[in-house]
Design a protein around this ligand. Structure first.
Ligand SMILES: [Zn+2]
Length: 296
């Protein structure tokens, strides 16, 4: 059985599921067991071990801290045991990028399936692996993160706001937006988020919450002052918008680009400053490295 395939069996039969352990641990267990198999084959002079575990190979040369360190130590101990008992024996470990074409791999796959069906018991008595391993901290943290992300995703996609925001950014919840917002001063990030959600101090929103008498845009008197109207339609800001369209292609995706793309966001804040629409409430909305001179 090839060593690279052994870990499949072991990850399932010794470790349990990936909820409790990392693939790296499984790979290390495979190597520990492999070394033990080699040690028992007294007739073997040179053993060649193929593994697709680059991290494990690197760890053998330079074992870092990390939660699987105790397993790496066991692999090294296994290698030392082989060379100590029979000094003339050689072990060559090489990296194979895939399992295909390695004799024994099919057998290993069969065994892995058996293990997955629960036909193997946990714990194995060789290579110093007498019982189940302690649960991996890294695996627990990873599982927790995955669960949180899924939960946040579920809550968000079921919220009524989702449909509206999806029109702006179909990839929501968007990592890209958070990356864009993270690089902005707080005031800018907040306004950007408000524009994306529609919850911003423009007349259409203020009217909905009965803060003002009319939803109409006071700059052009030609329609409700929605985010779309303010950004793309208002004729009062036509001149300012022309500058924005040098970076953002006008059209149905313009809103999406303006409110998500980091390059476009810069020009968006120039537009916002030029229109003076939020000046009273928020002051100057130019980003620090934009100067007024540059905008002429
Ligand atoms: Zn208008």
């Amino acid at each position: 059985m090839s060593l690279s395939a052994v870990h499949n069996v072991l990850a399932l039969s010794i470790l349990g599921t990936e909820k409790e352990h990392t693939v790296f641990e499984g790979e290390c267990i495979g190597q520990i067991l492999g070394m033990e198999l080699i040690r028992r084959e007294l007739g073997i002079r040179t053993a060649t071990v193929g593994t697709d575990n680059q991290a494990g190979m690197q760890a053998l040369m330079n074992p870092g801290p990390g939660t699987g360190r105790y397993l790496v130590d066991q692999v090294i101990a296994g290698i030392e045991k082989i060379t100590r008992t029979r000094g003339e024996r050689q072990i060559r470990i090489y990296w194979t990028p895939a399992h295909e074409g390695i004799p024994g791999n099919e057998r290993a796959d069969r065994e892995a399936k058996r293990a997955a069906e629960g036909k193997e018991t946990r714990g194995i008595g060789i290579g110093g692996l007498a019982g189940p391993l302690p649960v991996s901290k890294a695996a627990i943290v990873r599982r927790q993160k995955k669960m949180l992300k899924k939960e946040a995703n579920d809550v968000f996609t079921k919220s009524p706001r989702y449909e509206r925001m999806k029109a702006i950014d179909p990839n929501l919840p968007s990592r890209k937006f958070y990356q864009t917002a993270k690089g902005l001063p707080r005031k800018h990030a907040a306004l950007l988020f408000q524009l994306r959600t529609g919850h911003c101090p423009l007349n259409a929103y203020l009217f909905r919450f009965k803060k003002i008498e009319s939803a109409q845009c006071q700059a052009c008197q030609q329609g409700d002052e929605t985010v779309k109207h303010f950004l793309l339609e208002c004729t009062a800001y036509r001149r300012h918008r022309a500058k924005m369209y040098e970076v953002v292609r006008p059209g149905p995706k313009a809103m999406q680009t303006l409110l998500s793309d980091p390059k476009a966001v810069r020009v968006l804040f120039i537009y916002i400053t030029d229109t003076k629409r939020f000046e009273e409430a928020l002051g100057d909305m130019l980003l620090h490295n934009e100067t007024r001179k540059e905008r002429k």
